[in-house]
Ligand binder design. Sequence first.
Ligand code: CUK
Ligand code: CUA
Length: 625
Amino acid sequence: MKKGIIPAITGLVAGVLASTVFFAQTEVGPRPVANTSSTVKSNAEKVYVPFGEKDEYYLFASGGHSGQLFVYGVPSMRHIRTVPIFSQDSATGYGWSEESKKLMGNYTWGDFHHPAFSETKGEYDGKYMFATDVANSRAAVMDLKTFTVKDIIEVPNTSGPHCAAFVTDNSEYIFLPTRFSVPLGSAYASLDEYSQKYYGVMSAVQFDEQKQKLGVSWQVALPPWSYDLSDAGKGPSHGWGVITTYNTEEATTTMEINASQADRDFIVLFNWQELEKMVAEGNYEEVNGEKIVFPDKNKGGIYLVPVAKSPHGVDVTPDGTRFIASGKLAPSMTVFSFEKAFKAIENKDFSGEKYGMPVLNYDSVMEREVNPENALGPLHTQFDDKGMAYTTMFISSEIVKWDPNTGETLDRVPVQYSPGHSVAAEGDSASPDGKYIIALNKIAKDSYLSVGPSHPESMQLIDLTGPKMEIIQSAPVNPEPHYAQMIKADKIKTITVYDKDPSNPDAVYSQDQTRIERNGKKVDVYGIAMRSRFIFDAKSERPDVIEVNEGDEVTIHLTNIDFDQDITHGFAINKYDLNFEVQPGQTETIKFKADKAGTYPLYCTNFCSALHQEMNGYLLVKPKN
Ligand code: CUK
Ligand code: CUA
């Protein structure tokens, strides 16, 4: 969700909204948090993590169009690490090394919206994090032992997997519904044929832990609507998934107005076990190498639930009994019951059909509509340990706590400003912790020192343990944490160094194995980095020099043999625009054409020892003539 929603909403419903509320909430400075000196002290204590102690939670905030992941500690809100997922990152050489170039495919950046942890029985298991790229239709998996990306795939037939990643309760699937509809394979088709030739394809992706590879198992060619957010069932709703939709009007231009005409859009309610079975029985069509279920021909397993227009988020309650849609343009949260939906399906309690998918009767599935007074722009909902719901209100800039069992508003706290998502401690797992929630605010305005016309986004940490929600810390964050995940720190087990891998033909672990191999124009360097030198060929008079001929194809395989925690070496060649790093025990590769004759110093970029400044050598490129 971009900041553009403000004009969209003001334009559309300004007349209905109390504009004084709107402006009061977005145009003024930070509202004072109750700050008697005693509460300030106790709040400071709550977030203070003394040196030598560690935070209780990891926070993984998506980096939106930075294509990166930001790792923070909670409650200190200290930024610990930026991990590149979809975008080049010269701090780590991601996007320059051959290994990372292979992961990134033909792209240099990504738009990363929703991180999702791997799950076992609906609980975060701390093993992997999945991510999707709205910009270039990719899915990624990151290993939480090393905080590095293991695999990225481009998903065919789709465009903009925004509503993802949502992971099923035992990580059976990572579902990727899409924001944009396109013709299959992104082929050309006139927009006059939008309803006939365009599809919003949802992909069922699986992760093979053995091979450390992602793969598309099957897809569903949903109608040409926009799919917004989604969630997976758990417990009694295991095997099911829900996705919100907008633009069921099938507008093809000026979406701001045209996609908001109808009073109702739908929630797609699907049974992935049934779809899996249909595919196993051959009930699909193969298009562009993928198995695609077309709901109008391959019937079953998918239903539509009417919902107030243009819903944004949909969230399954921790106990798996309900799903809650947030209204975006209608100021309400709608609570639906899975049990009622299952009954309606059994009784064929349908009000019609769309593209072969039965439409369930709204009144048969809906449990209650919740409209907290003056709360505007509900977007996303998280949960605490008692099953209470916390919904972000984009327009009225607050988080509202309410009871899904009764609809009663329990508490509300203003945030600065315009929260998109919030994230509670393990807040979308089967057993949220209930300790903290963080508002992921789109607009920081004057919350921090000014850095010019554009400001960072803001994250506000809210304590949930007292009688009232209380903001206890705030931290700027780069664009743009659409969503985040907060996991108990002790669930993540990182390694300290990479193990030796004797099966890796690129790796060299001792000086006597270093060598420069020439084969015509091909030059392969098998070198090591250690404190505080490079050794490319130990037998050479100048072991830290690489001499090649102009036009040679050079590959440098570099192994860091300092098996010592946090001793990372970097590698850069002046004016060759090359840069990568090797972490302790790691082997990485760069390839380049030595097309510039001359003398180019090479050096370690990562301060690794007292003699780091001496860790350099030369690339000599002999001119052709
Ligand atoms: S979307 Cu941005 S606030 Cu991409 Cu999760 Cu709702
Ligand atoms: Cu190695 Cu600096």
